[in-house]
Design a protein around this ligand. Structure first.
Ligand SMILES: NC(=O)C1=CN([C@@H]2O[C@H](COP(=O)(O)OP(=O)(O)OC[C@H]3O[C@@H](n4cnc5c(N)ncnc54)[C@H](OP(=O)(O)O)[C@@H]3O)[C@@H](O)[C@H]2O)C=CC1
Ligand SMILES: O=C(O)CCCC(=O)O
Length: 483
């Protein structure tokens, strides 16, 4: 792979400030999902290496938390600058191992860096408070203190931004961290670690361990030294990790699956709704937890929206993320492709109509056509399950209350979207949707300043924003006797 800075392509892990392989010497092969070709090997570490990473984070903690927020912030800003300076190389790594188009990968580098900048500043604002005392002889204070050693388990769909969204607030708060990136996308994580080292973070403050998810995850969850786990990924794995963290009563942030509704009311600006739908559905080939999973379209506008949306979706250029002009890359792997195929087959068997796509792409491999299905009904798999792929199923509804009830009829509660020009409806529906995030007349809601997270089985906690750093802070109450 040709990088401007070849030093960013790492084949070892960063543990206690040293670049090391697995104790066994075993490796994991990293594959380009567009071509199926091998890109690199990284260590296949397990419990023993993870224990050493936790011990290193624990040893680094006292000196790290003793720094001022400004001192930690300056190191974070140095890291942020390095991420931006190397955005082209980072984008090349993201595209090579994750498959997303280069322009989206570049956008992710900038997006990821924005969390580092935000929390470098926000670390200075972890204010406590004084509480008027009920007793004239005491003074009551609240201070915020770092949680301690934290673990982060991150997914492949945002291999850079999901790390910085967890690590930056943790480090800014005075915590130290052990990261386990996804098996599919370890190279971006290791490049980020190399840049953190270059920025001057002390040994042990940030450790990255690649390898066996069960062994590494098991150790991170079981360790009494680790005080908090932050996870982004599937609800099934989140549920397991939550159970594994129960014996040590860890603090948890879980950012899990979604089943996002995208509602288009009769009074919507249809052109705007189509543009929003394209972004909300096909970003990262439909592989984000906030991707629209169900399109609920009001009867009066259904055919118009459906035909315009399908026409635009059919224009999206499919190909390897490194090719110019590509808007949609491959699915991450064969399992991801199989899930899309299964959802389409189930919908077609139960009476759905193909408006565009509906099959694998001619170039083979993990590529699938951008797909829009009409006449989708609630008995189909797509109504209940997250497809995590480029499939847009269009359901029909008549009344506002029906749309809200359909939208809320899921155990998930991450993101929802709707289009309407009626201000009263915008308030009513915005308040009635049981979701952590609602996009109103927009298909793109993510940024570093807003609280990202879900309710119901989509998770616990918030990332980004002023709320994101609270997840890495404990509240301590001090009661002073002054008499
Ligand atoms: N909320 C979100 O943003 C995401 C949701 N998903 C959903 O999950 C589905 C499957 O994707 P998948 O990659 O398998 O998601 P997972 O939840 O399996 O993976 C997310 C992270 O958890 C790790 N992991 C997996 N199993 C364990 C375990 N037992 N203990 C500790 N860590 C573990 C993975 O490691 P490793 O990669 O090494 O297996 C990865 O780092 C997708 O189709 C999608 O529906 C997926 C990714 C992100
Ligand atoms: O899909 C995810 O894992 C969440 C990240 C998406 C975003 O930040 O918009």
């Amino acid at each position: 792979m040709n990088l401007q800075n070849p030093g960013l392509l790492r084949s070892t892990n960063l543990i206690d400030g040293k670049w090391v392989g697995a104790d066994s010497g075993a490796t994991l092969t990293v594959v380009d999902p567009a071509s199926g070709e091998r890109i690199a090997e990284v260590p296949r570490c397990g419990a023993a290496e993870t224990r050493r990473a936790i011990a290193a984070a624990d040893a680094a903690l006292p000196a790290w938390r003793a720094l001022t927020a400004r001192q930690r912030g300056q190191l974070l800003l140095a890291w942020q600058r390095l991420i931006l300076d190397h955005a082209d190389d980072l984008a090349a790594l993201i595209t090579a191992e994750g498959g997303k188009p280069l322009s989206e990968a570049r956008g992710e580098a900038t997006y990821g860096a924005s969390f580092v900048e935000w929390f470098a500043e926000e670390g200075k604002r972890t204010y406590g408070e004084s509480i008027p005392s009920p007793n004239p002889a005491t003074r009551l204070l609240v201070v915020k203190q770092p949680v301690g050693v934290c673990a982060a388990i991150t997914p492949w769909n945002f291999p850079l931004a999901m790390i910085t969204r967890k690590v930056a607030p943790a480090l800014a708060a005075g915590c130290t961290v052990v990261v386990k990136p996804a098996e599919a996308t370890p190279l971006t994580a290791l490049a980020l670690a190399a840049l953190a080292e270059q920025a001057g973070f002390p040994a042990g403050v940030l450790n990255v361990v690649t390898g066996d998810p069960v062994a590494i995850g098991g150790e991170l969850c079981a360790s009494p030294i680790v005080k908090k786990l932050s996870f982004t990924g599937s609800t099934a794995v989140g549920r397991k990790l939550m159970a594994q963290c129960a014996p040590t009563i860890k603090k948890l942030s879980l950012e899990l699956g979604g089943n996002a509704p995208f509602i288009v009311f009769d009074d919507a600006d249809v052109d705007a709704a189509v543009e929003g739908a394209l972004v909300a559905k096909y970003r990262n080939t439909g592989q984000t937890c906030v991707c629209a999973n169900r399109f609920l379209v009001q009867a009066g506008i259904y055919e118009d929206f459906a035909s315009r949306f399908a026409a635009r979706a059919a224009e999206l250029k499919v190909g390897a993320g490194s090719e110019p002009g590509v808007a949609q890359g491959p699915l991450i792997n064969a399992a991801g492709l199989a899930k899309v195929e299964a959802h389409v087959a189930d919908a077609l068997a139960k009476g759905a109509r193909v408006l565009c796509g509906g099959a694998r792409h001619a170039r083979g491999g993990n590529f699938y056509q951008p797909t829009v299905l009409a006449d989708v009904t609630r008995d189909m798999q797509v109504a209940r399950e997250e497809t995590f792929g480029p499939l847009a199923p269009l359901f029909r509804f008549e009344r506002e209350e029906e749309a809200v009830a359909m939208a809320n009829d899921t155990e998930f509660g991450l993101a929802a979207y709707f289009y309407s020009r009626d201000i009263g409806r915008a308030w009513r529906v915005g308040e009635a949707l049981e979701y952590g995030m609602v996009g109103i007349n927009t298909g793109l809601i993510s940024n570093e300043v807003a609280p990202f997270g879900g309710i119901k089985q989509s998770g616990v906690g918030r990332e980004g924003s002023k709320y994101g750093i609270e997840e890495y802070l404990e509240v301590k109450y001090l009661c002073f006797a002054v008499g």
